[in-house]
Write a new protein. Structure first.
Length: 242
């Protein structure tokens, strides 16, 4: 069986009717026995980019040994005219993270791994600058198409962890990232062991760049924003409004 981290993440395809729109990344989070799909909110709706899908598809494995066996799960994004996802806000404004509760019946016979509250970072000052990270996802839609497994990019914490960068609810990572990675889990190796020995620090959102950068003389920054994963404790469990 492959490493558990590789089964915690899934490729998300967005659609408007029969028209394919974009590809992105999502991962699984379980709380109080309920399984959620986590991704960036802009994957599900992005008014600035005129992106308004009405459904998504994710691919799940059905055999822990033969990873070529999969099933596609179709998830409508609206029910009775209301969005099915939950999104949040904090003192800095909207948070680019969303969760969708998954129906247990649709998951029967599937093989996956899920993060949980126990994987969240308890002490924010215990993550020093330069901490080694992995971001697991589907950059530019690239992945192992035979086994439907993601790829990992190496990163480091690039801003003071626990300090809201520019007052927003995210920190910076230094990594080479691409479109399609939005919604990827940002993790650090955990010493606690277990089936999924990783600490979930954030949710990758987007690359950052300087608006006034000289595109001839100056390379891209190579920095990205990752929303703090503790937002998941607000978005999961109990009654939340989309």
């Amino acid at each position: 069986m492959t490493e558990a981290l590789m089964l915690s993440t899934t490729r998300i395809s967005t659609f408007e009717g029969a028209r394919a729109l974009t590809a992105a990344t999502g991962f699984f989070f379980r709380r109080d026995g309920v399984l959620y799909l986590v991704t960036s909110r802009h994957v599900l709706q992005d008014p600035a980019g005129a992106h308004f899908p009405d459904r998504i598809e994710i691919v799940l494995h059905t055999d822990a040994q033969n990873l070529t066996r999969t099933v596609t799960l179709h998830i409508p994004l609206y029910r009775h005219g209301q969005a099915v996802w939950r999104q949040g806000a904090d003192s800095g404004g909207a948070v680019d993270v969303a969760v969708i509760e998954l129906e247990p019946a649709a998951l029967q016979g599937t093989v996956l791994q899920a993060f949980g509250p126990e994987h969240l970072q308890a002490s924010l000052d215990a993550v020093p600058i330069g901490t080694l990270l992995l971001l697991v996802g589907f950059p530019l839609g690239f992945y192992d198409t035979l086994h439907h497994l993601p790829v990992a990019r190496h990163a480091i914490v690039a801003s003071a962890f626990g300090v809201r960068f520019q007052g927003e609810g995210y920190f910076l990572t230094d990594a080479r990232m691409h479109r399609g990675s939005s919604g990827a889990p940002v993790v650090a190796r955990s010493a606690t062991g277990g089936d999924l020995p990783w600490t979930l620090l954030g949710v990758h959102s987007a690359r950052l760049d300087m608006a006034g950068r000289d595109r001839v003389q100056d390379d891209v920054l190579g920095l990205n924003c990752a929303w703090y994963a503790d937002i998941l404790m607000t978005l999961t469990g109990g009654a939340n409004s989309p």
